[in-house]
Design a protein around this ligand. Sequence first.
Ligand code: NAD
Ligand code: GLY
Length: 359
Amino acid sequence: MKQLKVQLGDRSYPIYIGQNLFVDSELLTRHINANKVMIVTNTVVAPLYLEQVKKSIESSGKQVDVTILPDGEQYKTLETLNVIFDGLLQHQHGRDTCIVALGGGVIGDMAGFAASCYQRGVDFIQLPTTLLAQVDSSVGGKTAVNHPLGKNMIGAFHQPKAVYIDINCLNTLAKNQFAAGMAEVIKYGIIWDRDFFDWLGENKSQVTELSSQSLTYLIARCCEIKAEVVSCDEKEHGVRALLNLGHTFGHAIESEQGYGAWLHGEAVAVGMIMAAKTSLKMGLIASDEQDLITQLITLYDLPTKHPNDMQLPEFLRHMAIDKKVIAGQLRFVLPTSIGAAELVANVTQETLKQVIVSD
Ligand code: NAD
Ligand code: GLY
């Protein structure tokens, strides 16, 4: 088992990466002080992993209650959040409860947000079961639900007490969901680590055949980068914004197409290609580097083109409420080479139009 740490003073927490973690009762309850625990999961993940997690926590003598939510991005809403609060209140959970998020990024974001505001804030731990959640959403404390007018618009920063990444969960994950997670993995290579980017290109078959050695290295490298970035800039006043590469375009695609129509990682993949094209048009990246970005995204079976029915007005409508907008001005994360990116404010509508037309 590998162990990393997110360094945030008295809110620091460990990330455990390994196999069969969910049946290790001592490990799983090490960071739970509460006597009552609420596991939040969904209808797809519950039949796969709920029993082992519940049994492991119960065997330490704690009361374990369960909230099972409907599955899907379209349920990442305030209405569904209320189902978690209903469960907590019905089972009389107090401020000393601990919420356990068992699932992908949708469950992690919702359970984390519930933890941030139930009785003004309670403990939670993350048991991420998708690649995307294991490399990105379970680490760093961003929690949220969607609003019909914008993705992740209602949320809070609330750090978990611990993150348990069991790579065996990836054996049951659908191929397109694995690919979607790879978009966020590739993101780290583009913004931060050229060697990792190259490694991803050289080790595609080991990664997609789920070699445990390759997966452990891949997930640990992503978590190391994320932990480093979050430790420097928890609330995204600076460098953390780079983790949003491709998200300004991507969130626009997700919102416009209807939540769940495009997987988050698929939209981010197209968004990263659009960001690289924007960078090229502005003379910020060399064309061979921009090509390498498209090639790696293609290699991992991700989409490369935005939906035909989206042109500049559709993108602009959604981008106007992007969380990186300051004083009405849009800011884009643009790659400047493989392994480096910048937050750029002076992207003109003409440049965006050219990128959208050429895509
Ligand atoms: P998801 O949570 O919808 O999971 C994808 C699908 O896989 C779902 O149907 C889920 O039930 C199923 N599933 C989960 N684990 C499984 C397993 N082990 N085996 C079989 N099926 C399994 O989607 P996701 O891609 O994990 O997360 C996307 C969400 O994460 C988006 O809402 C996005 O906004 C959010 N996100 C948040 C952050 C953050 O920092 N908080 C970062 C990136 C993305
Ligand atoms: N997924 C982007 C962030 O956590 O900041």
